[in-house]
Write a protein that binds this ligand. Sequence first.
Ligand code: NAD
Ligand code: UD1
Length: 346
Amino acid sequence: MPQLLITGGAGFIGSHSCLSFLEAGHNLVILDNYSNGSKEALKRVAQLVGLHDSKRLRLIRGDIRNKNDLDKAFTASDQPIEAVIHFAGLKAVSESFLDPLKYWDVNLSGSRSLLEAMLSYECKTIVFSSSATIYGCPQKIPIDETALVQPVNPYGHTKAAVERLLSDLAESQNGWRIASLRYFNPVGAHSSGVIGEDPNGLPNNLFPVVSQVAVGRIEELKVFGCDWSTPDGSAIRDFIHVVDLAEGHLAALEVLLREPPQMLTLNLGTGRGHSVLEVLNAFQKVSKRNIPYLIERRRPGDVACTVADSTMAEQRLGWKTKLNLFDMCKDAWNWQKMNPLGYQEK
Ligand code: NAD
Ligand code: UD1
């Protein structure tokens, strides 16, 4: 089975994807600086797989911007790295407005250093974490991959720039196998409740906020805007279960390794939109907790509605999401209930 390098494997999507890749038989080297990830998450991933062979999961603490750390990661195993799954990056939209240099440094310079290391180790297969944020304010819903790339925040600009770099690379050199996966809104947790989303500090995203209100860590949910032009006035998003998303990475890697060199650019979403108030109601039902909320003004940088047209991913990858909003709420709540303080608990 191929040896993979997973950057950012200790984070939310990375840890769930590591579980899927290990279950599929891959051997992994993880490179993570733990700035927003946890070693405990990977310990739990190993437990879930029943892993006793440390050679199947090697952890390197290091930074994708640091050549020595990259060298350590590429030489950690006696097998060559066949492909890289590149999750490492910064993702908070509001922080990206406050500190754009940091975002360009980690997301773009970090990706460039990684690609340079890949070339020097003759590894030309990469799956990259892109984001629906690159579409900005979409002209048409659902959004397909031909929609204009016109980000409205620095975070989105860095993701669009990495996509540009990847496509220039694919055109300039033979042999690159690239998948850029544009995630919509990844949420939920593994159904065991053993791994899940554990943001540092106060959460910004809807699901972690709702979960933390339900468990009593936050007093109330602030609903940012009930004056959008949507049926109930709250904004609509395409929430995708993190386990479905992880399976999407596995499918993308299989296609890249099987087919001739190419660059795939694909939306990963469910194709169904749910409003903020719908999420709130579903979460209350599942958790049987009252979730107090206040309607607030719109949050700067938000858009009314994003829903994916995922037809292309379904056709190219033979992949389809299986889990719905109920599963997302149930699993997010199960994780939060079992780990009220996230990974700090143990
Ligand atoms: P996360 O913060 O949980 O995981 C990112 C991981 O990367 C963390 O473990 C962090 O410690 C690590 N990391 C950060 N900077 C690093 C560096 N310089 N060197 C090495 N490791 C570093 O985020 P996530 O939600 O799992 O997101 C994974 C990827 O998917 C990110 O690139 C993100 O931009 C992208 N994405 C996320 C979402 C989302 O809503 N969660 C949506 C679209 C795209
Ligand atoms: C944003 C980015 C996405 C990025 C993700 C992770 C856009 C379009 N999307 O997703 O690319 O990867 O952040 O940081 O830029 N909400 C509330 N109250 C809250 C929190 C959220 O009402 O306390 C609302 C928001 O206003 C929004 C919806 O819930 O309408 C979803 O918000 P969130 O979970 O933060 O994700 P996005 O902003 O869609």
